[in-house]
Design a protein around this ligand. Sequence first.
Ligand SMILES: [Fe+2]
Ligand SMILES: [Fe+2]
Length: 197
Amino acid sequence: MGTIVIDEKYEACRKILKEEISQKRYLHSIGVSNTAACLAMRYDADVSKAALAGLLHDCAKGLNKEELVVITQENDLEISPIERSNPELLHSKAGAILAKQKYKIDDDGICSAIYWHTTGKPDMTLLEMIIFAADYIEPNRCNIPNLDRIRKTAFVDLKKTTAMICANSIEYLKRSSKEIDRITIDTYDYYNKLSVK
Ligand SMILES: [Fe+2]
Ligand SMILES: [Fe+2]
């Protein structure tokens, strides 16, 4: 028998989170948490860890740009040129720090899933892929091209799903003339090669 998902730890984190982020972001976080739990069931991952990582993945979204830069620097994490000009991207790195320090998450796998949830990276762990996908497909998401297909694929092939999400993100950034993080392209290349085999 695994541990139950909605345990005291989860509830304690949920209550703190609810006060720290907007209602809309909170509902998104609950959606990601539940979706991550479902994906974990499908892929034999730890359901409790997936639910907790999903719950906390955007826990730094309540911080302003200056606070995001400060917390990242104070914890000796690198800030890329793209992050320097778009500090909101730092909410992933800052989220991993907050998860550890404020929400007392001592599991490195959970923190790293939070750390990589925006860009993804090549060769992700199962939990990292689950959070990356759950963030994109949770029930409150809408207005995303091919969302129905991506949602179905997520329960069939997570690697292919990762490639589809990266392709969408790259396309969106190109269309809106925004800078594309190198790692998003590397993640796409890595998972696209794996899924066309
Ligand atoms: Fe996020
Ligand atoms: Fe999110």
